[in-house]
Design a protein around this ligand. Structure first.
Ligand code: NAP
Length: 252
């Protein structure tokens, strides 16, 4: 308890899955958590749950595919709380494992907009404030898909996220601002329910499955939140530009 005491933390994609668990864990560790996603009813429920266990949370409804919305999220948090100590870029959408040959322009643009460009916009807006204070921790949620183990758009966006993470880390090394990434392996959330999996491309899941051990148990959202908390907190204060895979060893 108390590993994020007094911190102001934005967690995007916190209406469900890994982001929701991360927001709840952060609040238990003393952070004031700002929840961000599109579904307001879900955000209201997460905020109420955090309040019920004695934590502090607020939310901003936003579609992060829109640059102006990303800027508005940051401006709203600064106006209300005066600073941002932690930014977790977790919001993401899948590409249904669509290979290059079957990826439409629309699918590519949408996945890259949400999974990569929104992170650039949020980081750029947030770093201006972190730079003024000379402190802050950014955690980007990539994926084992960054190794090509998903569809073309998702794999590319998640790999781009790793380069962005390292680039920010290099710029701010030794200046009090850190940027790290986690790479979740398969984790049961709304992203991969049986209904969602039924919409996946028929070819790619079998192809990519040859590259990791399906007999290994899946990590859960608390496993993912633990790694994100580690990078968000001062326990990792000497680490920046690092990428941590959380998959029970499935891709070793
Ligand atoms: P999830 O339960 O579907 O959560 C995705 C979150 O992103 C939701 O809160 C969703 O909220 C939000 N989101 C999606 N599009 C958005 C947009 N345009 N604007 C704002 N928020 C948006 O899936 P998850 O598994 O927890 O995924 C979290 C992250 O982990 C993602 O980046 C994903 O790529 C990554 N990941 C997951 C797995 C896995 O197996 N689960 C594996 C590797 C990586 P709204 O719909 O309310 O907007």
């Amino acid at each position: 308890m108390g590993r994020l005491e007094g911190k102001i933390a934005i967690v995007t994609g916190s209406s469900s899955g890994i982001g929701k668990t991360t927001a709840e864990v952060f609040a238990r560790e003393g952070a004031t958590v700002v929840l961000v996603a599109r579904r307001e009813e879900r955000l209201r429920e997460v905020k109420a749950w955090i309040a019920a266990v004695g934590g502090a949370a607020d939310y901003v409804v936003a579609d992060l595919a829109d640059r102006a919305e990303c800027d508005r999220v940051v401006e709203t948090v600064i106006a209300k709380f005066g600073r941002i100590d932690v930014l977790v870029n977790n919001a993401g959408i899948p590409d249904r494992h669509m290979p290059t040959t079957r990826t439409s322009d629309e699918l590519w643009d949408r996945v890259v907009a949400v999974d990569l460009t929104s992170v650039f916009h949020l980081c750029r807006a947030t770093l201006k404030h972190m730079e003024t204070r000379g402190s802050g921790s950014i955690v980007n949620i990539s994926s084992i898909g960054a190794r090509g183990l998903a569809g073309a758009a998702y794999s590319s966006a998640k790999a781009g996220l790793l380069a962005l993470t390292r680039n920010i880390a290099i710029q701010f090394a030794g200046k009090g601002i850190r940027c790290n990434a986690t790479l979740p392996g398969p984790t049961p959330t709304e992203l991969n329910t049986p209904e969602a999996l039924a919409t996946f491309d028929p070819e790619m899941p079998a192809v990519t499955a040859r590259h990791f051990d399906l007999s290994v148990p899946e990590a859960d959202t608390f496993d993912q939140a633990a790694a994100i908390l580690f990078f968000a907190s001062d326990e990792s204060k000497a680490m920046t530009g690092q990428c941590l895979t959380v998959d029970n060893g499935a891709t070793l």
